[in-house]
Design a protein around this ligand. Structure first.
Ligand SMILES: [Zn+2]
Ligand SMILES: [Zn+2]
Length: 627
């Protein structure tokens, strides 16, 4: 805080957290050596983390005061807010209690209590919580080394804590508890069940209001809700959890996405392949996937034959390696680019499943490129071009990229030689630079078999989603003994690139739904327009219009129900139909349609050809051919 004050009063007012030589410190921590200091305000993620973590202490204090005898366990900051897991003992708690707790929290906050860290010995820390009969904190402390244990005090409250607080509680001006849920101690269902209370807090009342509005909008855009309303997909308990069933409209949507990508991939020199949904266990032992997915995933499938074991395919790559191995290759024939919309299966705990974003069976828009080391740079750049084309055609503008490199401190975590890793990492960074991507480098985030480039998009509500991925792999070619004959007539190892611009069809459709609220780009819409006849008399004309539009390859449908026009328009709005064509006496006579846009804009009366042109222009403005 003294450093901040020495820079400016304004900065000092806003600083809420800091890092010194890479370690989180309090704004009151005395700095006794030289080093690198970063000051954080509310506008930094680190600042928010400190803010929310500090608020969780205030909530804990409020809970202790309101419900004597509660046992606190852990209460971290999360992406949006914080939670605290609490053993309420004899008390029970519901959302009805939230206002009381919130008011208590604000009352404490207004006291402007400083957060003060202090070191305690292990013996003192254990004694403190044993005295409170809090077996949870005792267990936490037992796992800590003596000499590293700290408590945080504010007001009359004390908590076991590693640190990272705002200066005082007075900065917390608005709090909102969001949710109450069950949670097991240490996430283990054999351990006691606790109550988890989620909350969020802000330095200004206005920011809380804006956040709650955003949350409301997010609920409306929840892909599970929209998927149901738009009849895209469903789940069946009989079929099984995490296994989506695509309804006709959803399947047609997927088909359009697939055709769109296949067309671009064909131009980019990819070839389609097809592989089965299961493979011999040995295949995945060879690839290393068994070691990664085997134990915690679906168990092997046994056949009546002795010793025969198959696994559900967790990845397409091993199959594609064997496709590559089906014949010898010369360097002149590379790169080979094998693409497949391949369905894979991975076990996820039932508590982790979520709509289409976390499922147990999903289809990747997968492809594997096998190239010479000299071709790697160019291939990588080509893949980035394809990914950028996909995002552009779907209206994703706000995306960022993350380059994930290995952790040099932990070389044992990774397969492959240092030299190969360095080559691959350099290729990725060069390509990201050259394509002008807005990217960050994350050390230690690489997959076990190679470095990668991931794309994240921000949706309309500013939330970040992970989409496509491109990964370099020097490892599988070794494991599958892939070769090609070089110009020197000797055998060499190809390099492999895994890539999936959508990521998976399931996840992508979910993100697209939440990003667009169901108002997809028009080329993707299940139906591009609906013809609404004013009465029975114009049904025939409506059918004529439908036929004419079909000739123009426009997807349309007719609403001939004997409902009022108001009802028909409302239903078409719910179905997110981009255009409504209203036909009555005048339109039938003049061979025209009255055009109303989704959302209400009246485009007036026009001929069917003019309307067809309007749609085609709209499509061409976003969906350009891949070059
Ligand atoms: Zn703390
Ligand atoms: Zn792969």
């Amino acid at each position: 805080m003294d450093v901040a004050k020495s820079i400016s009063e304004g900065l000092a007012r806003n600083v809420i957290s800091a890092k010194f030589n890479g370690t989180t410190v309090e704004t009151t921590t005395p700095l006794t050596t030289d080093g690198s200091l970063i000051l954080y305000t509310w506008n930094n993620d680190e600042g928010k983390k400190a803010f929310w973590h500090s608020t969780s202490h205030v909530m804990a204090q409020a809970l202790e005061e309101l419900y004597p005898g509660v046992k606190l366990t852990i209460g971290p900051a999360i992406n949006n807010g914080f939670y605290y897991d609490v053993d309420f003992g004899e008390h029970s708690i519901s959302e009805k209690d939230f206002p009381t707790i919130e008011n208590k929290m604000l009352e404490i906050a207004r006291g402007k209590h400083d957060y003060k860290m202090r070191a305690v010995t292990k013996a003192d820390a254990l004694a403190y919580y044993k005295n409170q009969n809090n077996e949870f904190k005792v267990e936490l402390i037992e796992n800590l080394e003596d000499g590293t244990i700290t408590f945080c005090d504010h007001d009359t409250f004390t908590d076991l804590c590693r640190g990272g607080h705002i200066p005082n509680t007075g900065i917390i001006k608005a709090v909102k508890l969001l949710n109450v849920a069950g949670a097991y101690w240490r996430g283990d269902e054999n351990k006691p069940q606790l109550t988890r209370i989620y909350g969020i807090s802000f330095p200004k009342q206005k920011e809380l209001k804006e956040y709650l509005e955003l949350l409301e909008e997010a609920k409306k855009r929840d892909h599970r809700k929209l998927g149901k309303e738009l009849e895209l997909f469903t789940f069946s308990q009989k079929v099984g959890q995490g296994l989506p069933l695509w309804l006709p409209k959803g399947a047609a949507l997927r088909e359009r996405l697939e055709q769109f990508l296949k067309k671009a991939q064909q131009k980019a020199g990819y070839e389609q392949v097809v592989s089965p949904h299961i493979g011999q266990k040995e295949l995945y032992v060879t690839s290393g996937h068994y070691a990664k997915y085997g134990a915690d995933s679906f168990q092997p499938i046994h056949t009546p034959a002795e010793g025969e074991e198959f696994l559900l395919k967790p990845m397409n790559c091993p199959h594609h390696c064997e496709i590559y191995n089906s014949k010898p290759w010369s360097y002149k024939e590379l790169p080979k680019r094998f693409a497949e919309f391949g369905t894979v299966y991975r076990y996820e705990q039932s508590g982790e499943l979520h709509g289409l974003t976390r499922v147990r069976g999903f289809t990747q828009d997968d492809a594997h490129i096998f190239c010479t080391p000299e071709q790697l740079d160019e291939e990588f750049r080509n893949v980035i071009d394809l990914v950028l084309y996909v995002f552009g055609s779907l209206g994703f503008e706000n995306f960022t990229a993350q380059v994930s490199l290995r952790d040099p401190e932990n070389p044992d975590k990774y397969i492959g030689s240092d030299e190969n890793w360095e080559k691959a990492e350099t290729a990725i960074i060069n390509a990201a630079k050259e394509k002008g991507l807005n990217y960050v480098v994350e050390t230690g985030e690489a997959a076990f078999y190679g470095p990668k480039l991931d794309f994240m998009v921000k949706d309309a509500l500013g939330r970040s989603w992970q989409l496509g991925t491109i990964q370099v792999d020097y490892n599988l070619p070794e494991r599958f003994d892939l070769t090609y004959k070089g110009s020197d007539d000797k055998l060499h190892r190809p390099v492999m690139i895994h890539r999936a611009p959508f990521g998976s069809m399931e996840r992508f459709v979910a993100i697209l739904l939440e990003h667009t609220g169901g108002n997809f780009p028009i080329w993707l819409m299940p139906e591009q327009c609906i013809i609404l006849s004013l009465s029975e008399k114009y049904e025939k004309y409506a059918e004529n219009v439908l036929n004419l539009l079909e000739n123009h390859e426009i997807r349309a449908l007719v609403d001939n129900r004997s409902e009022t026009m108001g009802k028909k328009i409302r239903d078409a709005e719910t179905q997110k139909l981009p255009y409504m064509l209203i036909v009555g006496e005048n339109e039938a006579k003049e061979q025209t349609v009255s055009v109303r846009k989704h959302g209400g804009e009246d485009l007036g009366t026009m001929t069917i050809e003019a309307f067809a042109d309007l749609i085609k222009t709209e499509i061409n403005s976003i969906l350009k051919p891949f070059k």
